[in-house]
Design a protein around this ligand. Structure first.
Ligand code: HEC
Length: 274
């Protein structure tokens, strides 16, 4: 029997089965769906009632209840110490972003691989046309499924265990920087380095391997070797876009003249590790 004939025979048998044993959509399937939807809605209402009545933080109460606190502090868009973390079920994606680093492999990780997987998922029904559904007789599919689960589990675990670089921990790097860059004992440069580690500069800039490259910010490890001079550095920190038109770097004038001078001395003392 050719594949086409076989398909036609199967289709005929399916139609006959439907006639003999099938139930009409209305009312059977509709009733079934309605009941399930009602259950979902009731569960959501029950959860919100439990949340509302077991937690309290009005009037000074801090009991988080069974399902978390009522309300938390308002978001502060000006924060530099907040460490963004996704909900746990996104940890696997979150960890992938640590593996695929900007700019080298992010396109591969965010566009290339997902596109490949989608194409494979679309092609699958055309490639695998067997009717076999028993798990033990579908080794390729089963191994692929197990690998996906193991991979997602591992990535979720790694994402949960991943240590964030917190501003307060970055300042622990200052002695190492002073050592590497040779400004040990230069009190102003050391104070500047501490400010640098705590002012969010490392969100955009890389400095001797710490921090992240964002918005096209240059690495600052050897900033002092450019010969800009302290005055230029202060002017740039006060208003980056006045010095470099279109610069997306925020202005740090609010840090005060004293702090800007320390930062500038630190930057100028950073000639790159010997
Ligand atoms: C939001 C991202 C961002 C943050 C945060 C940031 N920068 Fe920048 N920075 C940039 C970008 C983009 C440039 C390149 C354009 C320019 O020079 O202004 C830059 C350039 C620089 C330069 C190089 C100037 C040159 O051309 O030699 C220095 C030095 C610098 N930043 C220091 C700092 C310091 C110090 C801080 C923290 C107080 C900081 N940056 C915070 C994005 C940032």
């Amino acid at each position: 029997m050719s594949l086409l004939e076989k398909n036609r025979a199967d289709y005929k048998r399916y139609k006959e089965d439907v006639k003999k044993e099938g139930k009409p959509f209305f009312p059977y399937a509709l009733f079934h769906d309605s009941v399930m939807q009602l259950v979902v809605v009731v569960v959501i209402i029950a959860l919100s009632v439990i949340w509302k009545f077991t937690s309290e933080n009005e009037g000074g109460g801090t009991n988080p209840g069974l399902l978390g606190p009522l309300y938390t502090e308002k978001a502060d868009p000006g924060t530099v110490s907040f460490v963004p973390r996704p909900d746990w079920y996104f940890y696997f994606l979150f960890y992938l972003l640590r593996i695929f680093k900007w700019p080298d492999s992010v396109i591969l990780g965010t566009v290339g691989i997902p596109t490949l997987l989608i194409v494979m998922a679309i092609a699958l029904p055309f490639v695998d046309r067997r009717r076999e559904r028993h798990p033990l007789r579908r080794p390729v599919a089963m191994i692929a499924a197990v690998l996906v689960i193991v991979a997602m589990g591992t990535l979720t675990w790694k994402g949960a265990a991943a240590k964030e670089v917190v501003a307060s921990e970055l300042s622990g790097l200052v002695p190492e920087w002073a050592e590497k860059q040779g400004f040990v004992g230069n009190a102003e440069a050391e104070a500047g380095a501490k400010l640098f580690s705590q002012s969010g500069c490392l969100t955009c800039h890389i400095y001797t391997g710490a921090g992240g490259a964002n918005l096209g910010a240059p690495e600052l490890t050897a900033e002092g070797a450019k010969g800009r001079g302290v005055d230029w550095q202060i002017k740039h920190l006060e208003c980056p876009s006045c010095v470099n038109a279109g610069s997306p770097m925020p202005a740090y004038k609010t840090l005060g003249a004293d702090n800007l001078k320390k930062l500038a001395i630190f930057l100028e003392a950073s000639k790159g590790p010997k």
